[in-house]
Design a binder for this molecule. Structure first.
Ligand code: 48F
Length: 258
């Protein structure tokens, strides 16, 4: 019966996907622009990459442009990434370009998955695996389980590197710091919290603050600024894309040494 074919097809292929991703090279938490770009470049290098997004649709804060005007701004320095992904943009003024945020977000998701990254949507990362003073994996649950505060134990996915791409909340680094009394690779050794908006400063610091903050644990995008006390930036996305590109390079180099 066709009904049975449809259901078994979905269940079988989903469980195969899950099984293949119980141990990965890189676990990325958050499907915002920096996480998606990191997923694209890491998968393109042949690494096994799983990206976890708690919402139904990955894309984070990129879909909505600014105040739901679905256009975003990008600067010249990041155009090479858009060119590589064949994303269309228009020159606006000086070094600044505008693009349709829905078109751009869809392209990031498409290219990350096309390069080989697996996206698990509707999943929350609630904690990490902490072994031998190193972050070594993620603790995964269904997003509705966390939202409803249901007392259901999670599954564990082992990873050589974990990327916190959770945006303004820097959720993963905060959890790791709170639970393990560790000193982070930030100016104060702690999560410093994001500062108010300063676009110029923030575009620069987003990339500067993209780094490994503890063995096995990396930050990208707004999480980088949240962790190291950088500024908020608003609807300009070059820094996010460049941060994803930078963290992919760092992780790929570090993984080679393991
Ligand atoms: O915030 P977000 O878009 O990440 P980003 O790459 O980009 C920031 C920009 O969108 C914007 C900005 C532009 O200048 O400032 O804010 O830093 O996306 C983060 C994603 O992580 C998901 C969340 O739903 C969002 O889609 N997320 C957050 N915590 C978790 C999570 C978690 N614990 N588990 C799974 N997903």
């Amino acid at each position: 019966m066709l009904e049975q074919v449809v259901s078994t097809g979905i269940v079988t292929s989903y469980f195969n996907k899950l099984k293949e991703n119980l141990a990965v090279d890189v676990a990325i938490v958050g499907g915002g622009p920096s996480g998606l770009i990191a997923a694209y470049y890491l998968a393109k290098k042949g690494l096994r990459v799983a990206l976890y997004e708690r919402k139904l649709a990955p894309g984070g804060g990129m879909w909505g442009g600014a105040m739901m005007f679905n256009e975003i701004v990008i600067q010249k320095d990041a155009l090479h990434i858009l060119d590589e992904l064949k994303v269309t943009y228009k020159h606006y003024e000086g070094d600044y370009y505008t693009l349709d945020s829905v078109h751009a977000t869809a392209a990031l998701i498409y290219h990350a998955t096309q390069a080989g990254a697996t996206i698990f949507n509707c999943t929350t990362i609630e904690d990490v695996v902490f072994q031998n003073d190193r972050v070594s994996g993620v603790v995964v649950n269904w997003a509705p389980v966390a939202r409803e505060h249901m007392h259901v134990d999670p599954l564990v996915v082992m990873a050589k590197a974990v990327l916190d791409g959770t945006g303004h909340d820097c959720d993963i680094v905060r959890t790791v710091e709170r639970k393990n009394s560790i000193v982070l690779n930030t100016p104060s050794g702690k999560v410093m919290g994001e500062r108010s908006l300063s676009i110029d400063e923030a575009e620069r610091t987003t990339v500067e603050n993209t780094k490994m903050v503890y063995p096995g644990l990396y930050v990208s995008g707004m999480a980088s600024n949240g962790v190291s006390g950088g500024f908020r930036m608003g609807p300009i996305f070059g820094g996010m894309l460049l941060s994803g590109e930078k963290v992919a390079k760092l992780i790929a180099e570090d993984i080679k040494k393991l």
